[in-house]
Design a protein around this ligand. Sequence first.
Ligand code: SF4
Length: 128
Amino acid sequence: MFNIFIWIVYMSKDFKEGFKEGFTLGTKLGYKLSKKGCGSTDIEDLFQTGGVLMVVETDPQAAGLGYKADANKVDKTKFPKYADGQNCGICSLYQGKLGSASGGCSLTHFSGKLIAATGWCKFYAKKV
Ligand code: SF4
């Protein structure tokens, strides 16, 4: 009987926490989406990053730096500095944890947003 009581208390705590987290995330997303007016890809990104926007390749600043979320798609004729194997995840300016899917970048161009670890831009500098 006591075990059931503990289980009920535990489950109700989990439910409350889950509800609170969901409500907070939903509020953040709703606010950002209402300001930005974005498509379904952006919504998916926001859910995956806990409400932080991903840098998009079409952003004028990102495009100017040759940023691609998938380094394999870098235009090698436009950016001859690019070499196979280079990506944000191993760049010295990458602020995400090793092995993370996305993280911040020290470049002010991308402040407040996340870049893909698989990405690349012309300021790539190998982490030493
Ligand atoms: S500076 Fe480095 S981490 Fe930042 S976008 Fe360019 S390649 Fe990626």
